[in-house]
Design a protein around this ligand. Structure first.
Ligand code: 5GP
Ligand code: ZN
Length: 119
């Protein structure tokens, strides 16, 4: 069923505590943890506890949880003190755009200068 945990999903396993992660924030609907391969001094992933393959499908099915992801991304940025110098929230969607984990997630990146447009 849509939103249910998927046995073969890495981020569902992190939500379930079956794979360790450095969790920085948690709410009833979301978990935020440090990326294992950080691309900036701050690189945190904010994920919904429910499983959807990407941000658009999450937003279509559960808009309140999609909103929670954005709220939590902003709180991570505040906690990490990256607001003043600017930060980026990214939803890679599709393998052609670099998505490798098909459980919706926001990347929160900051703590260094960020180029625009991204590669
Ligand atoms: P994507 O490429 O799908 O947009 O982002 C997936 C992210 O998950 C990558 O930045 C990757 O480094 C991160 N990642 C992959 N496996 C793990 C893991 O086991 N733990 C953590 N904390 N991050 C992971
Ligand atoms: Zn999942």
């Amino acid at each position: 069923m849509a939103g249910e945990p998927q046995a073969d999903c890495l981020f569902c396993k992190i939500v379930a505590g079956q794979i360790p992660a450095t969790v920085v924030r948690e709410t009833e609907t979301t978990v935020a943890f440090r990326d294992i391969n950080p691309q900036a001094p701050t690189h945190v992933l904010v994920i919904p506890k429910v499983h959807y393959p990407d941000a658009a499908s999450l937003a279509a099915a559960e808009p309140g949880v999609a909103s929670d992801i954005l709220i939590e991304a902003g709180r991570v940025a505040l906690d990490e003190k990256i607001v003043e110098h600017g930060y980026r929230v990214v939803f890679n969607t599709g393998s052609g755009a670099g998505q490798t984990v098909f459980h919706a997630h926001a990347h929160v990146l900051g703590g260094r200068g960020l180029q625009w447009p991204p590669g």
